[in-house]
Design a protein. Structure first.
Length: 138
């Protein structure tokens, strides 16, 4: 994809001693990264799930990144989950960006249990299921 413009957010996990302890978020246009969430440690934050306390300032930053996306070749949104579909928090701007369609290709990470909701919104989308680790030998 040499020469393609890439926009969006990628949320790599953070592991310590083999355990997932946090989630980072990376702006794919600039390379800037921030800590998005940490494990719930007994104190529930302003935006939280059963496992994660999300940093509201980083959620706002990511939302601004998404809202500023113009035309691009590859749009990545990692991920749209319960916060977005059920609570209208998190990366909700991604819905507008995806519906606008100003990209050649979009890759959106969605949990299997939310695929029916996603298919209702984007009935023409293709689903690629990664049930096993993907290994690429270059």
């Amino acid at each position: 994809m040499i020469g393609w413009s890439i926009s969006g957010l990628l949320c790599p996990p953070v592991f310590e001693n083999g355990e997932k302890t946090a989630i980072d978020v990376k702006n794919l246009s600039t390379g800037e990264s921030r800590r998005l969430a940490g494990l719930v440690d007994g104190t529930i934050g302003e935006v939280a799930t059963d496992h994660w306390n999300f940093d509201p300032d980083v959620l706002k930053w990511g939302s601004q990144v998404l809202s500023k996306i113009q035309v691009c070749d590859l749009l990545v949104v990692d991920e749209l989950g319960p916060l977005e579909f059920y609570r209208r928090q998190g990366w909700v701007e991604a819905f507008d960006v995806l519906n606008k369609g100003d990209y050649r290709l979009a890759v959106v990470v969605i949990r299997p249990e939310l695929l029916d909701e996603a298919r209702n919104i984007w009935p023409r989308a293709s689903v690629c299921s990664l049930n096993e680790p993907l290994v690429v030998d270059l």
